[in-house]
Design a protein around this ligand. Structure first.
Ligand code: SPQ
Length: 731
C-alpha cells in the first residue's frame, strides 16, 4: 500500500500498527520518530524489528512518507501538529489514533486554521494492560473496531487509504462524526475507566487495604482491570472529553443512589429487575457485537451410546415469542411459565422492553409482563436488534407497521440474509411503508402508519406461520377485515393465543380473519416444552439401540406433530401418554424406545407440520434401511441456513449417500461414519449432527455451534446426561 509509513510515537499502539503493517505486507519501509528523550525506546523498536529505522528529526522522519501515523497521547497533538506544519505535504496522508476526536480536531484547527484535507482522524478500539513498544503486537487490531471520523472537507481518497490501512491490519472499520464518536466513547470506554480508577482508589485508601486486595476475587479483578492502564494517558483522555463524561457521571450517581435506596427499602423485587435487565442487556450486547464474531463453539461427539431416562426440554420457542408480544399488548398483567430462556426469545423480550414494556424476569422460565395495551408501545430509542430470530423480525414487522412511530429492525448475518419480501409485500398492500435492502432483506426501516392500514384478503403463496402471524398482527391495526388463507396448515399458536387473550379471530377452514375491533385482556400462559427441541431426542432414541426415554410436558399441537407422524411411518416406537390441555394448547408426555427404522417417501402434507425437524429427520433417514425421499420442502432453503444443502454436505462428509434436490433430499440409509462437519451457525443443524454421533462409527466434530443458544442452551448438558458422549469446546 505504502512505500514509507512514518510512525510518530512508537509505543504500544504505534508499535502495533508498525508490526501489523509489516506482518500483513502493507508497506515497504517503516520509520519511527521520537524526541531525543525517546532514543532508547526507538533503539529498542529497531532492535525488535518493529521499525526499520528512526530519526530524531521530524523533518527527516516524514520527508518521504506516503503515510504519517500520529500515535502520541491526545494531549500532545497540538505540539505535534505545530511541529509538523512546516513539513506538511499534500502528497502524504496523515492520520492519528487518539481516543478523543473533538480535541484532536480542535488542535488541528488551532494550528492550521482549518483541518487539513489530507488528515483523517481515526481511533482503533484496542489496547493492552502493558504499554511500550515491547508490548506491541501485530494482531492487536485483528477483529477490533476502528472508527474513522472524517470531516466534511476530508479528501475521500485519503479516507479510503486510511480505511484500507486499518482493514489491512484486520480491523472492522466504521464511520462516525466527531461528536458522536466522543459521546459513544465517553460511555463505553472513558466512564468505565473512570469508575475503575475511582473504585480502586477508594478501596486502596481504606485501612484494611491489604485484606481487600488479598481476598479480591474474580469480580474485583475483572471490574478493575482497566485501572492498570497508563494514568497520564487517562488523565489526558478524561480532560479532553470532559463535556461528554460529566453528564454520564451524573447519571451514574443517580443510578447508584437509586440502588442504594432500593437496598435500604429491602425492595428485592426491584433490585432483581434491575440486575436482570442489566444481565439480559449485556448478554444481548455480547451476542450482537462480539459473540458470533469471536466466540467459536465446537461439539466433539464420540460414537455410540444410547438415550435413557426422563427429561423436560425447554419451552416452545414459537409460543415464547408470542407470549411476550401479546402479553405486552394486553391490558393487565400476564404471568408466563415455561418461557424459553434462549437468545431468540430473549431478543423479542428485549425489543419489547426497548418499546417501554416492563417485563420482570425471566427467572426459572417465569415472567411477569405489565401489558401496556394495544396502543401503549413507545418508540424505541435505537434499532431493535433481533439476533438470529426470523420469527421476531417477521412478526414484529406486522405489528410495527401500524404503530404511531418509526422503527428499524436489524439482525445477525444469517437473519440479514433471509427473505423479508414475503412479509413486506403483503404489508405494503395494506398501506405499510417498509424499506428493505435491494435484495429484500433486513434491515427493515418501518415508517409507522397508525390509522392508515387497510385490511386485505391474502392468499399465501407459501405455507408460513410467520407470514400469517405477521399479517394478523398488522390486521389488529387495520381498517376492515384482514384475512389470510394458507395453502396448507401451519402452526396456529398466534390464533390460539389471541383467543386466549379474548381477541376476536375467526378461523374458517384454511382462512383466518381478524380486524381492529378488539382488545387483549391479560391471561396467564403455560408454555409447554418445544416439540422441535424434543425432536432431537425422539430421533436419537429411535436410532440408538437400547434407548428408552420419556419426554415430559411436550406441546403436541396438531400443527406441530409431523415429526411424530413421520417417525412412526418409518417404524419408530413413540407413545403419546397423559394427553391434556394446558392454556389452550394440547400437551403430552412422549415415550420413545429404540426401534429399527425403514426409509419412506415423506407425505408432502406432513412437510409444514414438521418443517423445523427435517435436519434431524435426515439423520433418522441416514440410519434407516432403504431410501427416504423428501419433496415439497423448498422452504428449508431459506431458514437460518440452506438446510437442504448444509445437511446434504455434512451427511456426505459422514459417508452418507444424500442427494439434495430443489425441494428436498433423497437419502440412502445405511451407516454413518465420522468426520468434521460445519453447522453454518444453524442451531438445528448443529444439534442434528451431534445426534448422528449415536449411530456413527467414528467421532464427529461439529463446528460453529454457538447458535445452539438461540433455541436450546441446555442441549449439550441434557444430551450428555441422557447418554451421548458430547464435549463442548469454546475458543
Ligand atoms: O424464528 P426462526 O429463526 O425463523 O426459526 C425457525 C427455527 O427453525 O427455529 C425457522 F428457521 O422456526 C420457524 C418455523 O420454521 C418458527 C415459526 C413461527 O414461530 O412462526 C414458523 C416457521 O417458519 P415459517 O417461515 O414456516 O413461518
Amino acid at each position: 500500500m505504502f512505500d514509507q509509513l512514518t510512525v510518530i510515537g512508537v509505543g504500544l499502539i504505534g508499535g502495533s500498527v508498525a508490526r501489523a503493517a509489516r506482518h500483513f505486507g502493507l508497506c515497504q519501509r517503516i520509520i519511527g520518530y521520537g524526541r531525543s528523550a525517546d532514543i532508547q525506546n526507538l533503539e529498542k523498536a529497531k532492535e525488535l524489528g518493529v521499525i526499520d529505522d528512526y530519526s530524531l528529526s521530524l523533518e527527516h522522519a516524514v520527508k518521504n512518507a506516503d503515510c504519517v501515523l500520529i500515535a502520541t497521547p491526545v494531549a500532545s497533538l497540538l505540539d505535534i501538529f505545530a511541529a509538523l506544519k512546516p513539513y506538511w505535504s499534500q502528497q502524504t496522508i496523515y492520520t492519528d489514533v487518539g481516543s478523543t476526536k473533538g480535541s484532536v480536531v480542535k488542535a488541528a484547527e488551532q494550528v492550521f486554521g482549518t483541518v487539513p484535507t489530507n488528515f483523517v482522524p481515526a481511533h482503533p478500539i484496542a489496547g493492552a494492560e502493558q504499554s511500550g513498544v515491547e508490548a506491541a503486537l501485530y494482531d492487536l487490531f485483528l477483529n477490533r473496531r476502528l472508527i474513522i471520523t472524517p470531516l466534511e472537507n476530508t479528501q475521500p481518497s485519503a479516507v479510503t487509504q486510511v480505511k484500507s490501512l486499518w482493514e489491512g491490519c484486520g480491523s472492522l472499520v466504521s464511520f462516525m462524526d466527531v461528536q458522536h464518536h466522543d459521546a459513544v466513547l465517553a460511555a463505553t470506554s472513558h466512564l468505565p475507566h473512570l469508575l475503575a480508577f475511582a473504585l480502586v482508589n477508594m478501596l486502596g485508601h481504606k485501612d484494611e487495604q491489604s485484606e481487600i486486595f488479598k481476598y479480591a476475587a474474580g469480580g474485583f479483578r475483572d471490574f478493575t482491570r482497566i485501572a492498570s492502564s497508563d494514568p497520564a494517558m487517562w488523565r489526558d483522555i478524561c480532560s479532553a472529553n470532559k463535556s461528554e463524561i460529566i453528564p454520564l457521571l451524573q447519571q451514574t450517581k443517580a443510578q447508584l443512589d437509586a440502588l442504594q435506596q432500593l437496598l435500604e427499602q429491602d425492595d428485592s423485587q426491584q433490585i432483581l429487575n434491575l440486575f436482570a435487565y442489566a444481565n439480559t442487556a449485556r448478554q444481548r450486547f455480547l451476542t450482537q457485537f462480539e459473540g458470533n464474531m469471536s466466540k467459536s463453539i465446537t461439539f466433539q461427539v464420540l460414537p455410540g451410546g444410547k438415550l435413557q431416562g426422563e427429561a423436560r426440554v425447554p419451552g416452545d420457542k414459537s409460543m415464547s415469542h408470542r407470549s411476550i408480544m401479546l402479553g405486552s399488548l394486553a391490558d393487565g398483567v400476564t404471568h408466563v411459565k415455561g418461557f424459553l430462556e434462549a437468545e431468540d426469545a430473549l431478543a423479542t423480550l428485549q425489543a419489547f422492553r426497548d418499546m417501554g414494556v416492563e417485563i420482570e424476569g425471566p427467572v426459572d422460565g417465569c415472567l411477569t409482563i405489565h401489558g401496556v395495551g394495544k396502543h401503549g408501545l413507545k418508540a424505541p430509542k435505537n434499532d431493535l436488534y433481533l439476533g438470529n430470530s426470523g420469527t421476531s423480525m417477521r412478526l414484529l414487522s406486522g405489528l410495527l407497521a401500524g404503530q404511531p412511530f418509526n422503527s428499524v429492525l436489524t439482525g445477525d448475518k444469517s437473519l440479514s440474509g433471509r427473505p423479508m419480501k414475503r412479509v413486506t409485500g403483503p404489508l405494503t398492500s395494506m398501506g405499510a411503508e417498509i424499506k428493505t435492502t435491494e435484495l429484500g432483506t433486513a434491515p427493515l426501516h418501518i415508517t409507522g402508519k397508525a390509522g392508515h392500514l387497510t385490511g386485505i384478503n391474502y392468499i399465501m403463496p407459501m405455507a408460513s406461520a410467520q407470514v400469517k402471524s405477521c399479517l394478523l398482527l398488522a390486521g389488529m391495526y387495520a381498517e376492515g377485515n384482514t384475512s389470510v388463507t394458507e395453502p396448507a396448515p401451519t402452526r396456529d399458536h398466534t390464533e390460539r393465543m389471541l383467543s386466549g387473550f379474548s381477541y376476536p379471530v375467526t378461523v374458517e377452514g384454511s382462512k383466518v380473519t381478524i380486524n381492529a375491533n378488539g382488545q387483549l385482556t391479560a391471561s396467564d400462559i403455560d408454555v409447554p416444552s418445544d416439540i422441535s427441541s424434543a425432536a432431537f431426542f425422539l430421533v436419537g432414541a429411535s436410532i440408538a439401540p437400547g434407548s428408552d426415554l420419556l419426554l415430559k410436558h411436550v406441546g403436541i399441537n396438531p400443527t406441530r406433530t409431523g415429526v411424530i407422524d413421520i417417525l412412526r411411518l418409518m417404524g419408530a416406537n413413540i407413545e403419546v401418554l397423559n394427553e391434556r390441555e394446558v392454556g389452550g394448547e394440547p400437551v403430552a408426555d412422549l415415550h420413545v424406545v429404540y426401534s429399527p427404522l425403514k426409509g419412506i417417501d415423506i407425505p408432502e402434507h406432513l412437510v409444514p407440520l414438521a418443517i423445523d425437524e427435517f435436519p434431524v429427520l435426515f439423520v433418522a433417514a441416514a440410519c434407516a434401511e432403504g431410501q427416504t425421499r423428501l419433496s415439497g420442502a423448498e422452504e428449508l432453503r431459506v431458514k437460518e441456513s440452506d438446510r437442504i444443502q448444509v445437511m446434504a454436505d455434512g451427511l456426505q462428509i459422514l459417508g452418507v449417500d444424500a442427494q439434495p434436490t430443489a425441494d428436498g433430499m433423497v437419502i440412502q440409509g445405511g451407516s454413518i461414519g465420522g468426520g468434521v462437519v460445519i453447522s453454518h451457525g444453524d442451531h438445528r443443524i448443529a444439534m442434528s449432527f451431534s445426534i448422528a454421533g449415536l449411530r456413527a462409527t467414528a467421532p464427529i466434530t461439529v463446528l460453529d455451534c454457538a447458535n445452539v443458544n438461540t433455541s436450546f442452551p441446555e442441549f449439550k448438558d441434557l444430551v450428555k446426561r441422557l447418554g451421548l458422549d458430547l464435549t463442548c469446546e469454546e475458543a
